[in-house]
Design a protein around this ligand. Structure first.
Ligand code: SF4
Length: 290
């Protein structure tokens, strides 16, 4: 497999084969994100290179591959003329393949027709990782997310209608001084997006990002840890998806949690309350990661 620059994938894709079918992120403007700033010009990898990589992987360990993650940052934007041959080659090379997944912006979903989304599902795409980060409209503007609350709701509705599973990722602390609005808006957005998976990460101010510039000028600060926990509590207490696997096990978080929402809401809220009262230890600062 050929890889260019740093590769990113969700924690739950740790054992997936990664095909870098796109290079960078077609948006690349979110203020907190430095993932693809080393690849300022977004481009599609030539289709023939993608197919060659799949054939090489198939020849080397085709029987072992059960999951394929298509990188980089918003790979769903790739046109059908690339998606369909890639999915067909993946099915040919990996007989045990059970799922293909990728990161997606809301706009990537909205740019596809219903028929295209259904076709992608039939051809093997199963899961979209979408990171609105917040459901607070002002926060979404401030972080230059590119898509707003309503776009995320509509994208989720259309993805679910095509039977594409959604994993929604939000960021504790990204609201800065709008912690309460951020938490409430995010709970509302998660309810409306109704994903199968819902994860919360904790924002890190990464040097070199616009967010770091704002922080240096005193215009953004990550809330204190108790405030981050209160954001998490509000999100868990108020989000009402139909049945979502909920996780805060990302290395950036102070309190790793897991369960299903709404089924395990009371237990998770009680655990957060125990952490707020100091009855449960938090992950030490030195052990947190991005
Ligand atoms: S859409 Fe994702 S990858 Fe692209 S800039 Fe925003 S957070 Fe980064």
């Amino acid at each position: 497999m050929r890889y260019e620059g740093k590769l990113y994938r969700p924690p739950s894709e740790a054992d997936s084969l990664i095909l870098q079918a796109t290079i960078g992120c077609s948006w690349n403007k979110c203020t907190y994100c430095d993932m693809y700033r080393d690849k300022p010009v977004f481009r599609l990898r030539p289709l023939e290179e993608c197919l060659e990589d799949l054939r090489a992987a198939g020849a080397a360990f085709g029987d072992e591959v059960e999951k394929l993650f298509v990188a980089d940052g918003d790979a769903l934007t790739m046109p059908m003329e690339h998606w369909s041959p890639i999915l067909a080659e993946a099915r040919r090379q990996f007989p045990k393949l059970t799922r293909v997944s990728c990161y997606a912006m809301a706009r990537n979903v909205l740019e596809k027709t219903d028929d295209e989304l259904a076709q992608l599902r039939r051809e093997g795409l199963r899961m979209l990782y979408v990171g609105p980060e917040s459901g607070d409209p002002l926060t979404l503007k401030r972080i230059a997310k590119g898509d707003g609350f309503d776009e995320h709701v509509e994208a989720a509705r259309r993805a679910r209608a095509a039977s594409l599973a959604l994993s929604v990722i939000v960021l504790l602390g990204i609201g800065g001084d709008r912690a309460d609005e951020h938490a409430r808006g995010t709970a509302d957005l998660v309810t409306r997006m109704d994903p199968a998976f819902f994860s919360a990460l904790t924002v890190t101010v990464v040097p070199g990002t616009p967010l770091a510039t704002l922080a240096a000028r005193g215009r953004f600060a990550v809330p204190a840890v108790p405030e981050l926990l209160r954001e998490l509590r509000t999100m868990v207490a108020q989000a009402a998806p139909t049945d979502a696997v909920f996780r805060t096990n990302h290395a950036s978080n102070y309190l790793p949690l897991g369960g299903r929402l709404p089924r395990d809401r009371a237990r998770i809220v009680a655990t957060i309350d125990a952490a707020l009262d100091g009855r449960i230890p938090l992950r030490p600062e030195g052990q947190r990661g991005l």
